[in-house]
Ligand binder design. Structure first.
Ligand code: SF4
Length: 340
C-alpha cells in the first residue's frame, strides 16, 4: 500500500542569520535527516523530550516551516518546493490541532462563526453548505448545535479540544497532526479526548501524527512510535515492540523513568542524566553520547544512521550488543559512574 505521507531525509534549520555584537548566531538544527512513512489510517506517535524537534517536524509537514533539506510526499507525490499556492492546495489534506486549543480561537467570535470562517477561507461559497458542515462536525465531536452560538470563554478545556477538532474536521482533512492533544487535561478528560479521536478516526478515515511526550497516552493510542532526540529519529517500531523491548539507550532510559509502562525489561537502564546539549552546538558523533552510559570513542566521532535491528529501526553503534528482550543491558553496570 502506498503510504499516505512520506518524509525523506528532512532537515529544518531555525534562525542563524541574526548578528549580536558582531557575531553570527549559528542556526539551530531542529530536525536532522528525518525519514518516515505513514500508512493510511495509521496513528504514528512522535515522542521525545521538549526541544527534540517533534513540533518543528509537524510544522514542516504542514508547510508552516520551510525545510532546509529533504522532501515530503503525499500519496507518493512531492509537496516540497512547490509555489505557495500550489503547496497550500496540495497540503489541504493535512491539518493541525494546536496543543493550546483556545489560543487558535478569536475570543470575540462565536464558535459557529469561527468554524464557518475556516470554510470561507477554504473557498466554500455556499452559506447553506457551510452551516450544514458546521452542524455536522459539532455533532461529530459531541457538541450540540447551540454550541455554535457560544464564545470560547464559555467552554472548558476538554470542550475547547472538541471545538478545535470540529474546526479542522469541517475542512475534510485526511491527515491530522495532533500536538500534545491531551496535555493539561485530567485523566478522565484525557480518556474522553482519546475516545473521541478514535471515533472520529473511524468515522472520517483519518490518519494521525500524534506528537506527545506522554508515554502512557502514546502506548494506549499509537500503532507505531518514532522516538526523537535532538532533531533525529533514534528508534522507530510498532508500539508494542517499543514498550516491550526498547532497543536504543535513550528509549530504554525514557522507559526506565516510567517503570509502570515498561515492566522489568528495562530496569537495568539508567535514568536520564543532565540536559541535552544545545541544538545550535551539537557535539560530533552521536548527540546522545554526553548522556549515554554506553558511549565509547566511535560514538563521539561518528553519528550512527537509523538502521534495521530485528523488528525495530535503531540509530546506535552498539545496537547489536543490546538485547532488547533481555532484562538487563550488558555494560550498564560497569559503564555507569560510581554512586556519589
Ligand atoms: S551510539 Fe553510542 S552514545 Fe549513541 S546511543 Fe548508541 S551507545 Fe550511546
Amino acid at each position: 500500500m502506498t503510504p499516505i505521507l512520506e518524509v525523506e531525509d528532512l532537515s529544518v534549520a531555525l534562525g542563524g542569520r541574526k548578528r549580536w555584537i558582531g557575531r553570527s548566531i549559528p542556526p539551530v538544527q531542529a530536525v536532522r535527516g528525518v525519514s518516515l512513512a505513514v500508512a493510511p489510517g495509521e496513528v504514528l506517535g512522535i515522542v521525545g523530550e521538549s526541544g527534540c524537534g517533534k513540533t518543528t517536524l509537524g510544522r514542516a509537514i504542514l508547510g508552516l516551516q520551510r525545510e532546509s533539506g529533504g522532501r515530503i510526499l503525499l500519496d507518493g507525490a512531492p509537496v516540497s518546493g512547490l509555489a505557495p499556492q500550489a503547496a497550500r492546495r496540495a497540503r489541504n489534506a493535512i491539518h493541525y490541532v494546536h496543543q493550546d486549543a483556545g489560543a487558535s480561537l478569536d475570543p470575540w467570535w462565536s464558535i459557529g462563526r469561527a468554524l464557518e470562517e475556516a470554510l470561507v477561507v477554504q473557498g466554500v461559497r455556499d452559506r447553506a453548505e457551510r452551516q450544514a458542515r458546521v452542524a455536522e462536525v459539532l455533532e461529530a465531536v459531541g457538541l450540540d448545535a447551540a454550541a455554535g452560538r457560544r464564545y470560547p470563554h464559555e467552554f472548558s478545556g476538554g470542550q475547547l479540544r472538541r471545538v478545535a477538532l470540529a474546526r479542522i474536521l469541517a475542512l475534510r482533512p485526511r491527515i491530522v497532526v495532533l500536538d500534545e492533544p491531551t496535555s493539561g487535561l485530567d485523566m478522565s478528560v484525557q480518556a474522553m479526548v482519546l475516545t473521541l479521536l478514535r471515533d472520529l478516526q473511524a468515522r472520517y478515515g483519518l490518519t494521525y501524527l500524534f506528537i506527545s511526550h506522554d508515554l502512557s497516552v502514546v502506548r494506549r493510542f499509537c500503532d507505531r512510535v518514532a522516538i526523537m532526540y535532538l532533531g533525529r529519529i533514534v528508534e522507530q517500531a510498532p508500539t508494542v515492540r517499543i514498550f516491550a523491548a526498547p532497543a536504543h539507550p535513550y528509549t530504554r532510559s525514557l522507559l526506565a523513568a516510567a517503570p509502570r509502562l515498561s515492566g522489568r525489561r528495562v530496569e537495568a537502564a539508567p535514568a536520564l542524566q543532565g540536559e541535552p546539549p544545545s541544538a545550535a552546538r551539537l557535539p560530533p558523533g552521536c548527540a546522545f553520547a554526553p548522556r549515554c552510559a554506553l558511549a565509547e570513542d566511535r560514538c563521539r566521532a561518528i553519528d550512527p544512521p537509523l538502521a534495521p535491528h530485528g523488528a525495530t529501526q535503531v540509530a546506535c553503534h552498539r545496537a547489536a550488543e543490546i538485547d532488547p528482550d533481555a532484562a538487563t543491558t550488558p555494560g550498564y553496570a560497569t559503564a555507569l559512574p560510581p554512586a556519589g
